[in-house]
Design a protein around this ligand. Sequence first.
Ligand SMILES: *[C@@H]1O[C@H](CO)[C@@H](O)[C@H](O)[C@H]1NC(C)=O
Length: 361
Amino acid sequence: MGSEKKLWLVVIILLVEIKVQHCVGNPIVPCLFIFGDSLSDCGNNNKLPTLARANFLPYGIDFPGGPTGRFTNGKTAIDFITEDLGFSHLMPPYANTSGFDVVEGVNYASGAGGIRKETGTHAGPDMNLELQINNHKVIISQIAAKLGGPDKAQQHLNKCLYYINIGSNDYINNYFLRNTYSTSRTYTPEQYAEALVQQYSQQIRVLHQTGARKFSINGLGLVGCIPQAITLRGKIGSSTCVEEDNKAVLIFDDKLRILVDQLNKDLTDSKFVFVDQAMIKSENYPMLKGMKGMTNRCCKVNEKTGQCNPLEVPCNNRDLHIFWDSFHPTEAVHKLMAKSAFYSSITKITFPMDISSLVKM
Ligand SMILES: *[C@@H]1O[C@H](CO)[C@@H](O)[C@H](O)[C@H]1NC(C)=O
C-alpha cells in the first residue's frame, strides 16, 4: 500500500472514530426531560390502575427486550430523537429510574394524560402535565444533591432539552367524549383551544422558572384521522377523517404556534421550537401514501378501549402500517415524526428552527 493511501486510511478511521464518539455516549445536550402522553410514555403507567397501559405483548414486539409500557410496537419519536442527540441510553420513566443517572434526564410522560386534570381519568388515574412538572421538581432536588447545590443544578438544567408533546387527550379523551366530560357543553372549540393554550402557557412558564431554557413544543397531529375517531364519529361506512375533529385541533395548533412566537419574544434567555405534527400527512410524505392507513390497525384491538388485545399476534408488515392500534402510530411513523422534527431538511415542520439547531445553540 502506498504511503498516500495509508494516510487516507488513517484519516478515514479517525473521522469514523470522531463520528462514533460524537454519536454515542457524548450527547449534543447533557440532559433531556420528556413531558407528554402515550406518544412518549415509556412505562410510567405500568403500576397505575388504569386501562391506559401497554406493558404487555404485542406492545413492544419490536422493542429490544420486549414490552416496556410504550404504546407502540417499537420505539417512540422521542426515543429516536434521544438516539439522534447521541445519548447511549433511552431516558428512564419517572416511575422507575433505578439504574439510571437522573442528571442525564427522565421521562415523565403518562398515557391518557393531558393539560387538564380531568382528561383521560375515565380510564383510571394518570399523570397530567401539572403532576409531571411536580415530579420534575422532585428530580431537580435529587440533581441538586448530586451536583452540589441548587446553583450547580441550575447551570446544568439550563443546558437540557425539554421535550413536551401533550394535548391530544384533552380532545380525544375529554372534549370529544361528550357523554363522559362536560367541556364540549361549556366551551366552543375556539374557547376550549384558548383555555387549553392559556393553561399550557402557565405550565411552560413554571418549567422555565425551574431552569428550562431549550424547549421543543409539539403541536397536535390530525386526531380526526385516527381509527378511533373514524369508528366513533365518522360517517357510517366511510373511512375518511372526521373533519370536525381536525378543525378543533387545528385551532389549538394555531394558538400554540402563536404562543411559541410570544414566548420567544418574552423569554429572551430561552429558545422555543414549535413542531407542527399536523403536517405529517400523506400529501407531504409520499411514503405514507404507500402505507395502510386510517381504519387499518396492525393489532387486533378491544373495540371498547381501542388498545391491542393482550398476546394476540399482530400484523407482519408493521412498517407498512400507519396505525398500530386505534390511537397510536407504528414505530415506522414515530420514526418519521422524529426525523422530521430533528432535521428540517426532510419536510419543514419546525418553527423557527429544527431540534438539531435548537440543541446546538
Ligand atoms: C426498574 O427498572 C429496572 C431496569 O431499568 C428493572 O430491572 C426493574 O425490574 C424495574 N423495577 C420495577 C419495580 O419495575
